[in-house]
Design a protein around this ligand. Structure first.
Ligand SMILES: Nc1nc2c(ncn2[C@@H]2O[C@H](COP(=O)(O)OP(=O)(O)OP(=O)(O)O)[C@@H](O)[C@H]2O)c(=O)[nH]1
Length: 639
């Protein structure tokens, strides 16, 4: 198959008849790496669908068609995430853990709530009191008709399915036990299946409680509700309630000091705390007040945004754990208000840490604003000796953040781990509305709500929330606060420039500023990555350079058969402006519209140079380059 390019460095406008051919020969992984402008996606889809009838497609083709449809069905603002879907499908990343951000419906949207059933996930370490809480809930007169999904980790550990009764002593029939396996692993499919079955007979209940095993990773469970589009239209995650055994909590969580290599159950326990919306510190009858205080402080350190309740035999007020709408945009405000921070100069790398376990605690039932931290500073770091930290980023009152840039940045943070391991993130930030950002960039700031669990996140406008200052909270392990701070700073809407140029440059003044490389570098990179590009380029009347990346195809599909992340890294590194070998220049080239782009003589960072770097330097380089690549995505999608 011959590419559409007419020769080295000579490109023609995309020829629709060849697009499908080109793309179908592409290594999908290469394809995934490229942001595809929507019109191109349409063309691809049309071409692919046109191919439908001729009986020549195979399984791979059908998969490809589905990918295209998925990508196309994403609203424009989610397109970047559609590519994550592609990535996921084809396991592009080493970790195989890039997850789709296609939200299945985690957050109850206005007007949709009634049609959907709330789900509360009960998590907590082994023996912390989950079943006790479940029983307590079911026996209360709460007005909900609750269905229960339980999960036992193994037959050996599993007992007879316990009998649950309601407030009138009647046996509850809607109790479903999932087969062997941990909910976050092998039993995940069973959970989806069980929910499907349950939802078929929705008339008998209006609330679902899922009790996870003590070793379940809550992130993975939340994904079920977030990622599964079919489910998401019928259920929403109301909140994650984590039971904590007051007797064991300190020793349990303290063990995580052993570091990432010593991960055992304590890591899951930490995650369960980190991901919680509500923490129930149970079994307080077994501990002295002093231990209780330290436990509260520890929990507060790990998850400063969660509400902490205390209980004996899980007796808590049900309004504090059910019907939380914890992922609701409008609830974010209140949850963020409880956070206090300490000082780090925004963007200047000057930092202090601050251990909240000393001097003051926040009380048990509600985190009141902290008197010691009432002067809000740009970044707050809260951490103790358990290895989990929280970083709270603050924006200046007048600073706006571009939602698409924030998405790209978060994709990098959550999927690439560029700023540590983030278990949970949430926040509100001020920025132009999506509409404004996509159109002319006229800014009428609105609040945008961020919710993230594990690698999944969602950003939505939150018109009802007031965000006088942007606040983003990250909870995780090994968080790099400077990287987080710098990343957020990169998302700022630059005054005066954004309005004029954001459509093309994602807020930066010039292409070189926006992406850190010029179009020759871009083309060289894409060419190297994917073979040959069909491109045209021209200058707009205002002067900026616009590239139409129509499609890309390899010289031969086998060329990329063995492409793995390592090689992608090298190729990605090839577009770095500071890599002389990539041929990039800082200024936008002055080539006229009729000129074909010159492919750089050497578009790849020499492998030996890359390999000679330390792992952290490599990661840094890849991170840098990926950010630029994301900016390139913005750039191209604005064309
Ligand atoms: N003293 C005391 N015991 C409690 C309390 N809450 C629960 N228990 C007991 O702790 C034990 C474990 O409680 P469960 O509710 O089964 O704990 P679980 O989290 O469901 O346990 P797994 O399913 O094994 O993960 C039971 O014997 C409970 O009666 C409490 O507040 N105080």
């Amino acid at each position: 198959m011959q590419p559409a390019a007419t020769g080295h460095g000579h490109y023609s406008e995309a020829d629709n008849t060849t697009i499908y051919q080109l793309i179908s020969d592409l290594d999908f992984r290469c394809f995934c790496m490229i942001s595809i402008p929507l019109p191109i996606l349409d063309t691809l889809l049309a071409q692919a669908c046109g191919k439908d009838g001729d009986g020549s497609q195979n399984l791979e083709f059908e998969e490809f068609l589905k990918i295209l449809k998925d990508a196309r069905s994403c609203p424009t603002k989610h397109r970047a995430m559609a590519f994550a879907v592609l990535q996921k499908r084809h396991d592009i990343l080493e970790t195989s853990s890039v997850e789709s951000c296609e939200r299945g419906g985690m957050e109850p949207l206005d007007g949709e709530d009634e049609a959907r059933t709330p789900v509360t996930v009960l998590s907590g370490a082994l023996g912390a009191g989950k079943t006790t809480l479940l029983r307590y809930i079911l026996e209360k007169d709460h007005g909900y008709r609750i269905a229960v999904i339980q999960n036992e980790f193994s037959d050996e550990m599993g007992m007879e399915a316990p009998l649950f009764t309601d407030s009138k002593g009647n046996t509850i029939k809607d109790v479903y036990e999932l087969p062997n396996g941990c909910l976050c692993c092998s039993a995940k499919d069973s959970l989806v299946g069980t929910l499907d079955v349950l939802l078929e007979q929705k008339s008998s209940f209006d609330y679902i409680l899922v009790e996870a095993t003590g070793v379940a990773d809550p992130e993975s469970i939340c994904e079920v509700f977030w990622v599964d589009e079919g489910l998401g239209s019928r259920v929403y995650l109301d909140g994650v309630v984590t039971l904590v055994d007051a007797y064991y909590v300190l020793s349990y969580l303290g063990k995580a000091d052993e570091g990432p290599n010593g991960l055992g159950l304590e890591t899951e326990a930490l995650k369960q705390v980190a991901c919680a919306d509500v923490l129930v510190l149970n079994k307080i009858d077994l501990v002295a007040e002093e231990q209780l205080q330290r436990s509260r402080a520890t929990l507060r350190e790990i998850n400063p945004a969660a509400r902490i309740l205390e209980s004996r035999f899980a007796a808590v007020s049900l309004v504090d754990i059910l019907g939380l709408r914890a992922f609701s945009r409008d609830r974010l405000e209140a949850s963020l208000q409880t956070l206090c921070t300490n000082e780090v100069e925004h963007g200047h790398g000057h930092s202090h840490s601050h251990d909240h376990s000393h001097g003051h605690s926040h009380g048990s039932d509600e985190a009141a604003p902290c008197s010691q931290c009432d002067t809000e500073q740009p970044i707050g770091i809260l951490h103790g000796g358990h290895g989990i930290e929280s970083v709270l980023l603050h924006g200046e009152a007048e600073t706006l953040y571009h939602p698409d840039k924030v998405r790209s940045w978060l994709a990098d943070v959550l999927w690439e781990g560029s700023a540590g391991f983030v278990y949970r993130c949430k926040g509100l930030f001020r920025g132009p509305s999506e509409e404004d950002a996509e159109a002319s960039g006229t800014e009428v700031p609105v609040a945008h709500a961020l919710q993230g669990v594990g690698k999944l996140f969602e950003i939505e406008e939150a018109p009802n929330a007031s965000a006088p200052k942007s606040k983003l909270l990250f909870i995780g392990r090994g968080l790099k606060r400077d990287a987080l701070s710098a990343g957020l700073q990169d998302c700022e809407v630059l005054s005066g420039v954004h309005k004029m140029d954001s459509k093309f440059y994602g807020g930066a003044a010039r292409p070189a500023d926006a992406a850190g490389y010029d179009i020759n570098g871009v083309l060289g990179f894409l060419q190297e990555l994917s073979g040959v590009l069909c491109c045209s380029r021209h200058r707009t009347p205002e002067g900026p350079l616009v590239a139409d990346v129509a499609t890309a195809g390899p010289e031969s599909s086998s060329h990329h058969q063995d492409q793995d992340l390592g090689k992608c890294k090298v190729r990605l590194a090839g577009v770095r402006q500071d890599e002389q070998s990539c041929g990039c220049t800082e200024e936008a080239p002055s080539t006229s519209s009729t000129e074909a782009p010159e492919a750089p003589a050497e578009s790849v960072t020499p492998l030996h140079a890359f390999l000679d770097m330390s792992e952290s330097e490599q990661d840094h380089q890849v991170h840098q380059t990926r950010s630029r690549f994301d900016t390139l995505d913005n750039f191209l999608s604005g064309v």
